[in-house]
Design a protein around this ligand. Structure first.
Ligand code: SF4
Length: 216
């Protein structure tokens, strides 16, 4: 299946109750061959109307933050954990996430990014497979079987709580370090790079424990 075929297959999806209140399925947008993917929570009012993730105020902030680390929306791919708008922008419920999750995982598999940046609790818990608060894991890398996961605060949270703006910017600065390392991976023949590599490997190993699925 191609990414476009997956998108078309969801056009009239009725698998969960979110289908009843949506204007349209908001599948995702961006470069289908992206190395970097961002995953948010679910469509809001404007996203539901326009059929594109992150087009409202949170989207504007995300675009600014991306540009601050040298990324454009055209080179990345952006999707959400649930692809239909929850009524009144409420949180997606556990069964809705569980029902929609296979489509996100298939989307990630088809895009095959090196790095997936999860924005906020729902995306992070879904992709980490653990019910853990975003504040405990933000700004760190986690090695998943097919990609590296990098959780960040959700831009909408920073719009609602002004005190989260600085931590959100800090997350993006840490993301810049990760991107720089992706562009210039450590040279194992260099002893100081090797020490850093070993430290990263032990951290990654620690980060993937425990493996149990305990989402909600
Ligand atoms: S949220 Fe996902 S599972 Fe539910 S109707 Fe929309 S596409 Fe289907």
């Amino acid at each position: 299946m191609t990414l476009n075929e997956l998108k078309i297959s969801l056009t009239d999806c009725q698998k969960c109750r979110l289908s009843s209140g949506r204007t349209q399925v908001v599948f995702g947008v961006g470069n289908p061959d992206a190395d970097i993917m961002f995953v948010g929570e679910g469509p809001g009012y404007y996203e539901d109307k326009q059929g594109e993730p992150f087009v409202g105020a949170a989207g504007k902030l995300l675009t600014e933050l991306l540009e601050s680390v040298g990324l454009s929306r055209q080179e990345i791919y952006i999707a959400n954990v649930v692809k239909c708008r929850p009524p009144n922008n409420r949180d997606p419920q556990a069964d809705e996430i569980e029902t929609c999750q296979p489509f996100l995982l298939e989307q990630i598999k088809l895009i095959n990014p090196k790095l997936v940046c999860s924005l906020g609790n729902f995306a992070t818990q879904t992709l980490l497979g653990q019910k853990i608060g975003i504040t405990k894991v933000r700004g760190r890398t986690f090695q998943r079987p097919d990609f590296t996961l990098f959780p960040l605060l959700h831009p909408a949270a920073a719009l609602h709580q002004g005190n989260l703006r600085v931590p959100l910017k800090e997350d993006f600065q840490k993301l810049k370090n990760v991107l720089d390392k992706m562009k210039n991976p450590p040279d194992p023949s260099n002893s100081s790079d090797l020490a850093g590599l070993k430290a990263n490997e032990s951290q990654a190993e620690a980060d993937t424990q425990p493996q149990q699925m305990d989402l909600f």
